[in-house]
Structure formats: structure tokens, C-alpha cells
Ligand binder design. Sequence first.
Ligand SMILES: [Zn+2]
Length: 81
Amino acid sequence: MKGAHVVIRTRTDTTLFIEVTCPMCQDVTDVAASWPGYEAWMRGAYIQDALPQTSPEQREALLTGYCSGCQQEIFGTEDCG
Ligand SMILES: [Zn+2]
């Protein structure tokens, strides 16, 4: 289910602050997103279109829950450390 690992921590009129807890290491990734973008994503827009201000790691965390460190371990990016 989309967003099941995502907790909305704080919200203002325009922005929400999301906490994503990594299922592997329990690290928390903080993501700030705009309401219109978040709602567009929830309605099915591509996340990179809905939330272009977020980093690729933050978008992956929203999609999968994994923190950037675990993303590198799982997806095996070769430019890490
Ligand atoms: Zn992790």
C-alpha cells in the first residue's frame, strides 16, 4: 500500500513534514513536501513530477521506505563510499 511506512509529522497550510522509517535499519528520513504535490502523488502522479523539490533519495524513501544507506546496499549503486 502506497505510503504505509510514511508518517506525517507536522503540517502547515502549504507544507507537510514526513517521516519515513526504514524497514531495514529503522533510520528515519525526513522529507518536506508541498501539499499539492503530495496530494497529486497520492492521486497517482509520478512522484518526480509531483514532488520535484525532493531529492532522489527522499523520493525513494517515500516510495519504498528505505533510507539512502540501505538504498545503496539494496540497489547496489557503485558510487557509494
Ligand atoms: Zn536503512
